[in-house]
Each structure stands twice: as C-alpha cells, then as structure tokens.
Design a protein around this ligand. Structure first.
Ligand SMILES: [Zn+2]
Length: 258
C-alpha cells in the first residue's frame, strides 16, 4: 500500500488539517514539531483518535535543532531531550515514526560520528522501552554533506541498533547529485514498511539548499518503481505546497494504475 500526505497540516492546525486531508482522500500526515514540542498529551490523544477515525496514519518530525554528536555536552543533552519529547507526543498520537536529523560531522570522520550516534541511539531506544512508548526512531537521510545520515550509514544503524529510518529521496538527490530510485529501493528490500519524504530540491556541491515544489516528472519514476515492486510505503511531501503536491502524487498513482 502507498500512503500519501503532507508534512504539517497545511497551516490549519492538526484537527482541521486532518478533516481537510480526509476530504481530499489523503491518508498520511506528519506532525511537525519544527521549532519545539508544544502539545499536551491529552491533545495528542485527541488528535490521534481523529486520525485513526479517518484512517490517516500519523508520524512525527522532531525539532530541527538536534545534534546527537555535538561536541558540547549541554547541546547533546538538549538534543536527546528534544527527541524524547517528540517520542512522548508520538506515543500519545499513535504516530509510528519519529523522524529527526541525527547530527553533524563537525570535522570528524564518518566512522567516529557513526559510533557516537549509535551509542546515543541505543540509549534512546532503551529509554523508549523503559517508558513503554510504542514508537519507531527514524533518523532521516539528510541533504547536506556536513550532516550525518547517508543511506548506507542509516541502514547500518538500523541493522545494528533496531532503529528504523526515514528515506528522504530529495535529500539523497541533493547529497549525491543524482538518484537511481531502483537502486535505492533495492537497498531497502528487507524493510517491511518504508517511511519516506519527497519534494523538489535545490542543491549545490555542499548538498541541499532548499525544498521546492514537486516536479511531476521527478516523482513519476519513483512511483513507477514502487508500483512495479508492490512496496508498502508512506510518502510524506515536504515541498512548500505539500497538500497540492500530495494530491498530484495520488493522481500519478491512479493514472499509472490505469
Ligand atoms: Zn525530509
């Protein structure tokens, strides 16, 4: 099954946003805690119930400012707190995936950063078990060369820690300068359900600059590969107009399904 929906609620707030998505036939939404987690557990529970009633699957995006590999101890600690706050809300929302950008290399090697982030990820996972929060940690493939999180790093992290991952196809394009969707999906073969992001993207040699509207010609080849392989996937659109682009994606699926 392919689930599609926007990052955020289209500026309507979560409840009205969910009603709009339902009326548009979309069935996923990522709750954005971009600048901080401000939601009570009761509110999270209520929003989760509405989403379930509409068969809209929820996920959560943790605050942007997170660096689990920060050289500054207080920054590392507040990063961990932010991820856990997002996880708590995700638990009450009934949202499966908690997406976050794990950290920055800051002049260290990929191997060094990998080991640091792996240790922190294991710590987060055991804290989730202790709290009894039923959520999946999903570090995201990142768009800048300076950021930890290429696909191979995150797949290795998944094997070695049991964390999940979020595959941001636009970020993979920005990192690599090119993308072969078939090859990416081959690497994800062992994963039962893929949580992913898509948007247009502007990038330089250093990677991502900003997200752009989704080009039909850019996403159609991905949809073709997904349909050919009968993959179970959620595609969250992160363009500046994520609702319209989600609808457009749904139409591509319909037309390809003939
Ligand atoms: Zn993303």
């Amino acid at each position: 099954m392919i689930r599609i929906g926007p990052a955020g609620s289209g500026g309507l707030g979560n409840k009205k946003g969910l009603e709009m998505l339902k009326s548009l036939g979309l069935n996923a939404m990522e709750v954005e805690f971009t600048y901080g987690v401000r939601m009570s557990n009761d509110e999270a529970k209520r929003i989760g119930e509405i989403a379930r009633g509409f068969d809209i699957s929820l996920s959560v995006h943790a605050p942007y400012y997170i660096n689990l590999a920060s050289k500054a101890k207080d920054k590392k600690r507040s990063s961990i707190t932010r991820v856990l706050e997002a996880c708590e809300k995700a638990h009450w929302l009934g949202a499966g995936y908690v997406v976050f950008h794990a950290g920055f290399y800051q002049d260290r090697t990929s191997r060094e950063i990998y080991d640091i982030i792996k240790k922190e990820t294991k710590g987060l996972l055991s804290e989730l078990r202790r709290k009894g929060w039923a959520v999946l940690l999903a570090p995201e493939t990142t768009g800048k060369i300076s950021q930890f999180g290429d696909l191979d790093e995150l797949l290795r992290m998944r094997r070695e820690t049991g964390a999940e991952l979020c595959v941001d196809f636009a970020h993979l394009l920005a990192r690599g300068g090119t993308i072969d969707y078939g090859r990416v999906l081959d690497k994800l073969k062992a994963i039962k359900h893929i949580h992913s992001h898509f948007s247009g993207i502007q990038y330089t040699k250093k990677g991502e600059r900003r997200h752009l509207k989704t080009d039909r010609k850019a996403i159609a080849p991905l949809i073709k590969e997904i349909l050919r392989r009968d993959i179970d996937i959620t595609i969250i659109n992160e363009s500046p107009d994520p609702v319209a682009d989600s609808i457009m994606t749904g139409k591509i699926i319909e037309s390809l399904n003939g």
